[in-house]
Ligand binder design. Structure first.
Ligand code: HEM
Length: 277
């Protein structure tokens, strides 16, 4: 993350030049129930003055191949090598309109990583797992229990749920049945669509991620940059670590991290800070 943040990509000129990719891993599932891990990528094309155009790519990985890498593919601090898992173009996004009303369409908007369309599902990415149950609770608190009735958040398709009343309810409901199934309510189960399932062997445990391998990718990223880009990266780190509030110990820890990523990188930052390594 810090190799992105302190690199040129971490300080984009404006939104039209900002690339992005999903930190979390989702899954794609076909009608035949074949599952692939997926990461989403966005690359702006900077085509037109007034619109934000971007190409939309995916990287996919067969979950059975997850063990082939020297890092855990579901570890959010790792990127997937694009030479082995190439970016596949899947579409284009055109952002050509600003919102009209800041409160209705921005302040009261509720984004949530839980809401996915058929064909996309979650993975065992543990950061994603914590996100999928936390956003909606925060939104009920922030906006109100009926936040999904607001036009900015309401589904655009026909749907049914058993929610009744609560503050800021503006749906007229006079039927008494708020449970399912019921002989008094003709509603039926929605059409099923495939979701990914895993056959689990052994124990499912809460444990630290094996194969952390935290320094290989940052070192490789740094080494693939041209000299001037490396120099900009170094000078941003020197500036950040020159903050007088930082202790000698904290500076040493950061230099040790960068030395583990790339020995010469740690030495250069240390030299600028007059630190003995
Ligand atoms: C890669 C890690 C994460 C990213 C990129 C991320 C991104 C975001 C963004 C962009 C928002 C602002 C949404 C908005 O204002 O519309 C947000 C809000 C929020 N995030 Fe995360 N988040 C991450 C991790 C987490 C984790 C681990 C948790 C909890 C375990 C969490 C819980 C929340 C909650 C509760 C909100 C407020 C939701 C709301 O009131 O609308 N996030 N996150």
């Amino acid at each position: 993350m810090f190799t992105f943040l302190f690199d040129d990509v971490g300080i984009p000129q404006d939104y039209r030049h900002m690339e992005g990719f999903g930190v979390n891993t989702y899954t794609l599932i076909s009608k035949a129930r074949k599952v692939h891990y997926v990461k989403f990528h966005w690359k702006p094309t900077c085509g037109l003055e007034t619109t934000l155009n971007g190409n939309f790519f995916i990287q996919t990985m067969d979950p059975d191949h997850g063990d082939k890498f020297d890092f855990d593919p579901l570890d959010v601090t790792k990127t997937w090598p694009e030479d082995i898992l190439p970016l596949q173009p899947v579409g284009r996004l055109v952002l050509n309109k600003n919102i009209d009303n800041f409160f209705a369409e921005n302040e009261q908007l509720a984004f949530c990583p839980t809401i996915v369309v058929p064909g996309i599902y979650y993975s065992d990415d543990k950061l994603l797992q914590t996100r999928i149950f936390s956003y909606a609770d925060a939104q009920r608190h922030r906006i109100g229990p009926n936040y999904l009735q607001l036009p900015a958040n309401a589904p655009k398709c026909i749907y049914h749920n058993s929610h009744h009343d609560g503050s800021t309810n503006f749906m007229h409901r006079d039927e008494e049945v708020n449970y399912f199934p019921s002989r008094f309510d003709p509603v039926r189960e929605a059409k099923k669509y495939p979701i990914s399932s895993n056959v689990l062997m052994g124990k499912r445990e809460k444990c630290i991620i094996e194969e952390e391998n935290n320094f290989k990718q940052p070192g490789e990223r740094y080494r693939c940059w041209a000299q001037d880009r490396q120099d900009r990266f170094i000078s941003r780190w020197v500036e950040a670590l020159s903050d007088p509030r930082l202790t000698h110990e904290i500076r040493s820890i950061w230099i040790s991290y960068w030395s583990q990523a790339d020995e010469s990188l740690g030495q250069k930052i240390g030299k600028h800070l007059n630190m003995n390594i």
